[in-house]
Ligand binder design. Structure first.
Ligand SMILES: *Cc1c(COP(=O)(O)O)cnc(C)c1O
Length: 242
């Protein structure tokens, strides 16, 4: 008998595959699969596919540009009003867009300077919001453009905790350099986790580690990721931009 596959939704199959891979990686790492959040990265993906992903059960979405996100979020509000859909900003944020970012995003993964923190704090205050953020850490100076050097983490944690009442730092994020062999990326994920552990030992509460993309998310999970940011493995190859 022919299988029912032909009528299946390929996106929901991909979601199922990614979820299984997440669970297996969690188990290998001695972790609870339920502790890992799948953030579907929808940059360049059209709104119909976002809707399909929503219908298939995904609830957390990520974009890397404010302008593109703005349109999609407005569209998505038509069918998810009052529901639990979350939008995250994973790309770098310019200060002059902070005002829009606080209106749009449940979580900003890319806090990469104290100047940006100040601006986000100010803009969040204006709309009466506590903005949740992750600190983006630059682990390889030569290869990634954005993020704070590890040695400056404690300082920014203190500054935000003492002076910025509208910002809440929930954890750390990193974009490691690319290697064809994802095993070579493992030390970067481990470094982020160790950095987090050190900050926690100093009394800061940082439950989230946003690390791992389509190419390397299983290794990130083995090393402690709580949020994986996945585009290609769900929606296919993008035409060009990162
Ligand atoms: C595009 C992007 C992703 C997703 O990358 P894939 O390789 O398509 O899974 C994750 N994080 C950030 C910051 C991105 O810009």
């Amino acid at each position: 008998m022919p299988a029912k596959r032909s009528t299946a939704n390929p996106l929901s199959e991909k979601i199922g595959t990614v979820r299984r891979r997440i669970s297996l990686a969690a188990i290998r790492g001695g972790r609870n699969p339920g502790d890992i959040k799948l953030i579907a990265i929808t940059k360049t993906v059209d709104i119909e596919q976002v809707k399909e992903a929503w219908d298939a059960g995904l609830r957390m979405f990520g974009e890397n540009r404010v302008q593109e996100a703005q349109k999609k979020i407005a569209e998505s509000r038509k069918w998810n009003a009052g529901s639990k859909m979350q939008w995250h900003l994973v790309g770098s944020l310019q200060k002059n867009k902070a005002k829009y970012a606080v209106q749009l995003f449940d979580l900003i993964h890319s806090l990469d300077s104290s100047a940006l923190a100040e601006e986000l704090n100010k803009q969040a205050g204006k709309i009466g919001k506590i903005q949740e953020v992750l600190v983006e850490i630059k682990l390889s100076p030569e290869k990634t453009k954005h993020g704070i050097p590890p040695k400056e983490l404690i300082e920014i944690l203190k500054t935000v905790q003492h002076n910025m009442e509208n910002l809440r730092i929930r954890g750390l994020m990193t974009i490691p350099p690319f290697f064809e062999d994802p095993e070579k990326i493992r030390p970067y994920f481990r470094e982020l986790r160790e950095l987090r552990d050190k900050a926690q030992a100093e009394g800061f509460i940082l439950p989230e580690l946003s690390m791992g993309m389509s190419h390397d998310f299983e290794i990130a999970i083995e090393e402690g990721a709580t949020m994986v940011r996945i585009g290609t493995a769900l929606f296919g190859e993008r035409i060009s931009r990162l």
